[in-house]
Design a protein around this ligand. Structure first.
Ligand code: NI
Length: 281
């Protein structure tokens, strides 16, 4: 059935006269008026806007899963003494997190960046100077993102895949720019303990424990000592409740694949001439 439809389109196209083309353009205008997103652009590629493909998800504040899995994220580091303490806490519990680092800090502390990656954590872009993107020009936004990315490549040959806008200051147009030009989905959060207001470590712990939910993206900052002090109890309480901590990308992949965490797809084993034995079933 589809073949015959396409054949009909091809035959129709081959037979177009200039007057047919004019009526075709008129038809496209009519389609545009009816809200067809492709109408009016089909013969004018230069008019294609710089927008993500239809259906692309360019922003997350949480993911839709039912398993007790969530992502803990830390912004604004690395800090020369607090971040290594946090990494120790994470290592003791075999917990993987996501760090949205400021580019200037990444440049200042490349060894901490290397340690984060060596220990299985994810790193996202948090701009070069921690500026509010909504008050910057497009050229400045590109520079902020690119300088930060370059700092991570210089520190650890690592290119980030995610962006978190400082202060959460963002709009749809900038999200689209960052997705189409840098490939970054924008990562917001669903749980915010407001740790930067320094409410005390026990308050930070309880806000995170009480806010946790399947698919949560939880926010904190690894530049405040009380936040670091809040982490062991927070992690231990949520682990006792059965939660698993994964990186933001792992969480996004769970939503995309609707696959339980921990499922490992075994890579194909190499087959050589010397070892023709069939793989075990
Ligand atoms: Ni920040």
């Amino acid at each position: 059935m589809y073949l015959s439809i396409w054949f009909g389109i091809l035959v129709g196209s081959a037979g177009c006269s200039s007057s047919d083309k004019q009526s075709s353009t008129a038809d496209q205008s009519a389609m545009l008026a009816q809200g067809n997103p492709l109408a009016g652009r089909l013969n004018n590629p230069s008019s294609l806007p710089n927008v993500p493909p239809a259906g692309a998800k360019i922003s997350y504040s949480q993911v839709s899963i039912t398993q007790p899995v969530l992502a803990m994220t830390f912004d604004d580091g690395p800090h020369p003494t607090l971040t290594p303490k946090l990494l120790d806490i994470l290592k003791e519990r075999n917990i993987k997190c996501t760090f949205f680092v400021i580019g200037k800090n990444a440049k200042a502390y490349p060894k901490i960046i290397q340690r984060m990656l060596a220990e299985g954590h994810e790193i996202g872009n948090h701009t070069w100077t921690h500026c509010s993107l909504t008050s910057r020009s497009d050229a400045q936004i590109r520079s902020e993102l690119q300088q930060s990315e370059d700092a991570l490549v210089a520190a650890a040959n690592y290119r980030p895949h995610l962006i978190r806008p400082p202060y959460g200051a963002i709009n749809t147009r900038i999200k689209q720019l960052m997705f189409t030009e840098f490939g970054y989905p924008t990562i917001m959060w669903s749980v915010d303990p407001q740790d930067w207001r320094r409410p005390g470590s026990s308050v930070v712990t309880s806000r995170l424990v009480n806010g946790a939910h399947p698919g949560a993206i939880m926010l904190s900052h690894d530049i405040h000592a009380p936040t670091i002090q809040a982490m062991p109890s927070m992690f231990d309480q949520l682990l006792a409740k059965g939660y698993q901590f994964v990186t933001v990308s792992q969480l996004m992949n769970m939503e995309k694949a609707n696959m339980p965490v921990g499922v490992v797809i075994r890579p194909a084993l190499p087959v050589t001439d010397k070892d023709p034995t069939p793989l075990p079933q």
